[in-house]
Write a protein of this length. Sequence first.
Length: 212
Amino acid sequence: MPAVDLTYRMTIDMPVYPGTPPPEIRPIARFQDSGFREQQLTFASHTGTHMDAPSHILDRGATLDELSVNQFFGTGLCIDVGMTIPGPIEWTMLQRFQKELADSDFLLLRTGWGQYWGSLRYFQGYPVLTTSASKRLSEFNLKGVGVDTLSVDTEDTADYPIHHTLLENHILIIENLANLDRLPEGLFGQLYCLPLHIGASDGAPTRVVAFF
């Protein structure tokens, strides 16, 4: 079964959300000294390709480890919103896929912003859903929405309206997706997005793989 990895590799110099410390990876056992290798990893819960739990934004929201593993896989739909002109992602750009949305567990929004990964451009001006578009999406029985951008909300937000709309409707959020250009537009098969199984997790780095 063909598969596409939609996950960025975690490295010490990878882009992180402003204010989030970069990951640290240091050896604690070397082959020459111990006969084996082991590393100590230190990273924030929203590092790299990651999933947001309801508890990330909602005071009484569920943590990832409280959710059934069934929440982390299902049918996938990719919509190319091709941001060739500046502006938000409106419902009019998505509504032609209403039938597919009704048959999908996960929606992936391909904005093309992933081309800026690793540059300062990645952090500013990226497209996000309008509040009205996110509310329309919440009418579908989606398990999650994923984006190839830094966040589902703008970089200067104070109240995170898109986070609230999606998470309040039990729709998980996956940010910093890679390689969406390798997916066909439309329904593509199964998406597996398995977050690290961390206790009381408000979010976690996630391995995201699309299967055709």
